[in-house]
Design a protein around this ligand. Structure first.
Ligand code: GDP
Length: 140
């Protein structure tokens, strides 16, 4: 079974939308394998998004991700990575399809509620960033 990493971002947790967004994720057939509340700082947020460090918005992105709590969640499903990207929709909620989480909950390209891994390889790296093997529980 494939796994992906979701992060309920500071705009999601700060606006108390975490429960509603998680319900949408569960209703779409994903099982929660692990979940925790974290508060990133500039260093840890910068490490997580190091792949974007040459992008012009890197500083803003790091500041945003360290601005409030995040909830990283490991999710399991057949085709989890691609299906989760479909469920959350385009990076910019203005371009996201109807029925997607970002269309419904996000306010802008910068403040877009949720992260989802973009490949199975990156999912493994991102899951290991937040969770130890012991924290990934059996789901059945
Ligand atoms: P994703 O895979 O859909 O999350 O999108 P990207 O990998 O392209 O970008 C990573 C994250 O950077 C996005 O989810 C946004 O939170 C943020 N981001 C993307 N574009 C911009 C932008 O133009 N300005 C700012 N401030 N943040 C952005």
């Amino acid at each position: 079974m494939e796994r992906t990493l979701a992060i309920l971002k500071p705009d999601c947790v700060g606006a108390k939308k975490a429960g509603k967004v998680l319900a949408r994720i569960e209703e779409a057939g994903f099982r929660v394998v692990a979940m925790k509340m974290v508060r990133l700082n500039a260093e840890t947020a910068g490490q997580f998004y190091a792949v974007h460090k040459e992008r012009p918005f890197y500083g803003e992105l790091v500041e945003f991700m360290a601005s409030d709590r995040c909830i990283p969640v490991v999710l399991e499903k057949e085709n989890a990575v691609a299906d989760f990207r479909t469920l959350i929709g385009a990076t910019d909620p203005a371009e996201a399809d109807e029925g997607t989480i970002r269309k419904e909950f996000a306010t802008s390209k910068a403040f877009n509620i949720v992260h989802g891994s973009d490949s199975p390889e990156n999912a493994k790296i991102e899951i290991n960033f937040f969770f130890s093997e012991k924290e990934l529980v059996e789901t059945a």
